[in-house]
Design a protein around this ligand. Sequence first.
Ligand code: ADP
Length: 427
Amino acid sequence: MSVDVQNKPPKVEEALLPGDKHISIERQRIREHRTKREPTPTFDLSRIKHKFVVLSGKGGVGKSTVAVNLAAGLSNKGKRVGLLDVDVHGPSIPTMLGLEGQTLQESHDMIKPVEVNGLKVMSVGFLLQSQNDAIIWRGPLKSGLIDQFIHQVYWGDLDFLIIDSPPGTGDELISVCQNVDKLDGAIVVTTPQRLAEVDVRKSISFCRKMKVNVTGIIENMSGFVCPECGKHIPILLSGGGKRIAESMKIPFLGAIPIDPKIAEACDNGLSFLTYYSESDSARIMNNIIKPIVELESTIEVETNHFRLTKKKDNTMRIAIPIENNLLAQHFGHCNSFALLDVDVASKTVLNRSDIDAPPHQPGLLPPWLAKREVDLVLAGGMGQRAIELFGNQGIKVLVGVDTRSPEELAEDYLQGKLEVNDNACDH
Ligand code: ADP
């Protein structure tokens, strides 16, 4: 199906595809607002501490892959993260995160992002009824849609928003640069070939014109990791990204090899950094995002690699504070924890054991649970400091989880369906 949208002024409701139930509700709501002359609610972007746009000179260089893994990597380190895909013509983020077919809901009179394991995601892909649908957008409508995505998505409080833009320097990117107040910077993704250099230089000069700081360059597909022996083989000339970074006086963030596991994770809708956290490529990616993570760290983060698949047999241990066999919202004061061993590959709960919580003492629970080989904590509310302390023990924390049975929560997590709300605790 292709929808040809006339070149009309950028009315918000027309910038969305006809026929979508949720969008019809959205139109109705906007009409009602207009008749009552109520202002359309807009999201206060100052609730997001850091905003980065990921861009590239041309398509297929791994820009979306980098955006997804940057977002997942930050989320794995206990940060509150949103991922906004403004690639109107080729939204690939829903596929990369296994979110195809998800429909949009409302929150606070705005669009509610779709969530996957604590990561909030918004993409034009959620407006398409089929992956094969194409949309033909004319300039002003496109800008209207991007504008709505920027101002009318209810993200809640976030540490980071990562924006995946389409390749090149078109309307979408211009809208992002003009409308996102206090953009921290642009991350430019390129491949090693000399030919790519021209595009990168264009991207950088675009950022300079738009007065957007270039955070750095990432060289993707830099050599190849042999799936047999794990050895790094330089199949394309490498070093192009570094060379440009030096000549244009921009930080070089790092080089990611071609790794079949990265492509496999993308195809299967899994974030590579979460599911292959112990691979060499994951270590490279984690090093790349380290300076960005540290923007939000008040304490030293050293061994902050999450251990989702550290155990060789593909299992992980989830800890859930409980009361009457349901998740206890008051994490620090719960009486016991359910420890669930789960199999990440088959997505099943293997066994559960309950243990009494230690006497309440600030800072005690992170090392106490680390000693019990916990990889992930699902909690209701938790202070940011506590989340960071868990991060330092290599334990990922998801907050804002509902009061439900531990098994149900673990199963939803494994299926990527676990919904999280705003963190109920802000101390
Ligand atoms: P872009 O957003 O620049 O168009 P994508 O992120 O969609 O590019 O990546 C294009 C394809 O390349 C995807 O199938 C992705 O899985 C794959 N890919 C990206 N980076 C790597 C990598 N380092 N190793 C292996 N495959 C990769």
